[in-house]
Write a protein that binds this ligand. Structure first.
Ligand code: AMP
Length: 542
């Protein structure tokens, strides 16, 4: 017997329809590439998303054709999120931090038909446009009068001229909710990048679950600042969850420095912000040096890389902001776990609470997890056993676009490439990427643990722990450190700082001071590059 409920496809267009009808006055504020602050509403975003859909129809694009963006977080990007996917095309968010050769390769692989870009990326487009063989239409995200006369890009139009003249009415098409809605290429640390292809259904379910109180806890009373880029896994789904809840959206545009982010948080009364640890590090440094405090920020979700304990303490204890440590990946839309406390934790003292908060958190509804040993045997959730982390759920990849790399699943589970423990309460803690794990004398050393201790030292801006070959112990950890400007610490002082904080054999053998640690396009430390940088390095006493 079937249920007798209405059958309605879960489509992204319903999100913007809802936001327009129920939160039409809800604000969307953007710092633009032009430098000014732009203010609009969900009502206006909805109207302009429909204009985008009409403009795309005029281009004779087929269902599922790819429309690419190369853009910062801003209102025009948001209009494309809804206009492109809502009209049945696939939004392909390109990452401008990649090398132009990689951008051209990805655009060709995705077979992008249209490419919309912020004017700050004009030089990239000028460098790659002749190599993007499938792109038929180039759109600059600017006013008509801001388009330079001679860009060398054939048929280039301004966004405002392109969509501005279109009718405000548009009937969103109805189609199978499993249709592709957007795509994002993985960081591609090895080999060519591969694309995760999200569906309308997966996106809506992810937005639902992501907005829940024990996940990101989003509501119409929030002002949300996604510092995480809209070109990286759909800004963790925040644009969709915001439309679903009517939360105010605040977009930082290209200004990601600590001062600009802090000012935006204050001026727009932001209650909730999301970003990777490197962004928050810049902001905390700015606040510290200028002796500033937040007046409205209540919580911040930090993920993408392990959040150092020192950062959680600074947010919690100094600024009164709750940190939600979260974990996920491109292949997971991205949310997998969020660290929120259970009732039983509330009465704990702050040190014990901190031990919970440090973990990457509990699986949110929809994400199932397990850890397995080398033989694939499931390991207990005892907080001690660590193994390869596998996940499954309705917003987790089943295969990559065009079947690249073959089937990624093992018995229906997606291997994340992370190594983790899970405790009896279901809190998962990442110890490493499997390829970064350090094996010393038959025991594993968590590079994240070693880094977290160094990061707690006041003179350390960034720290990366890697394993070095050792004739006796197989591998020994060393720590590469970038010092904070104007701060000093010696090798011996830093090694002494480890005393009492970890087992002796887990203390790194050496400290190497470096000017920078290589970061990838999504702000993650690229340890393969660091290893290359230090290829002539030898452990002391060898
Ligand atoms: P990406 O697909 O580029 O978002 O990268 C996903 C990977 O980032 C994960 O598989 C983890 O290795 C890492 N990652 C994401 N969030 C965290 C976190 N909170 N702590 C540690 N590693 C993380």
């Amino acid at each position: 017997m079937l249920g007798l409920m209405q059958s309605q496809q879960l489509l992204i267009s319903t999100l913007i329809d809802f936001a327009e009808r129920h939160h039409g006055e809800g604000e969307v504020v953007s710092r633009r590439v032009e430098g000014d602050i732009h203010r609009t509403t969900y009502k206006d975003i909805a109207v302009r998303a429909r204009k985008v859909a009409n403009a795309l129809d005029q281009m004779d694009l087929a269902f599922s054709d790819r429309v690419a963006t190369l853009a910062w977080n801003g209102y025009r990007h948001l209009e494309l999120y809804f206009g492109v996917s809502g009209s049945g095309r696939v939004l392909h968010t390109l990452n401008p931090r990649l090398h132009p050769d990689q951008i051209a390769w990805i655009a060709n692989h995705a077979e992008d038909q249209v490419l919309c870009f912020d004017m700050s990326f004009l030089p990239i487009i000028q460098a790659v446009h002749s190599r993007c063989t499938t792109v038929k239409h180039w759109i600059a995200l600017c006013d008509a009068d801001k388009l330079p006369a001679d860009t060398g890009i054939p048929g280039l139009q301004s966004y405002e001229a392109w969509m501005g003249k279109q009718p405000e009415q548009y009937t969103w098409p109805e189609f199978d909710e499993n249709s592709a809605s957007s795509m994002c290429y993985t960081s591609g640390t090895t080999g060519n990048p591969k694309a995760a292809l999200y569906s309308h259904r997966s996106t809506i379910l992810h937005a639902f679950s992501g907005a829940l109180p024990d996940a990101l806890n989003m509501s119409a009373r929030d002002a949300v600042l996604p510092v995480v880029p809209m070109f990286h896994v759909n800004a963790w789904g925040l644009p969709y969850s915001a439309a679903m809840t009517g939360a105010k959206l605040v977009f930082p545009g290209p200004a990601m420095d600590g001062k600009s982010i802090f000012e935006l948080i204050e001026s727009e009364k932001v209650s909730f912000a999301a970003g990777v640890p490197t962004v928050w590090q810049m902001m905390l440094a700015h606040m510290q040096s200028a002796n500033l405090k937040f007046s409205t920020l209540k919580r911040t979700v930090i993920g993408g890389s392990a959040c150092p304990p020192a950062m959680i303490t600074a947010f919690n204890d100094v600024y009164g902001v709750e940190v939600l440590h979260a974990w996920g990946m491109t292949e997971m839309s991205p949310l997998g776990t969020v660290c929120t406390l259970k009732n039983k934790h509330l009465s704990m003292d702050s040190a014990d609470k901190m031990n919970v908060r440090l973990k990457q958190g509990r699986g949110i509804y929809g994400v199932d997890m397990k850890i397995v040993d080398e033989m694939g045997k499931e390991l207990p959730w005892d907080g001690k056993a660590y193994g390869d982390l596998l996940v499954k759920g309705p917003w987790i990849i089943s295969e990559y676009f065009k079947g690249e790399g073959g089937s990624p699943l093992v018995d229906g589970w997606f291997p994340t490439g992370d190594v983790a423990t899970i405790d009896p309460d279901g809190y998962m803690q990442i110890t490493d990427r499997s390829k970064d794990v350090i094996k010393s004398g038959g025991e594993w050393i968590s590079s994240i643990d070693v880094e977290n201790i160094a990061m707690a030292h006041p003179a350390v801006a960034m720290a990366a722990c890697i394993g070095m070959k050792h004739p006796k112990w197989d591998e020994r950890p060393i720590i590469a450190v970038v010092k904070k400007p104007g701060s000093e610490v010696t090798r011996d002082e830093l090694l002494a700082f480890y005393e009492g904080k970890t087992a002796k054999w887990q203390v790194p053998d050496d400290v190497v001071f470096v000017d920078t640690i290589p970061l990838g396009g999504t702000g993650k430390m690229q340890k393969s590059k660091l290893r290359e940088m230090l290829k002539d390095y030898r452990l002391p006493m060898l």
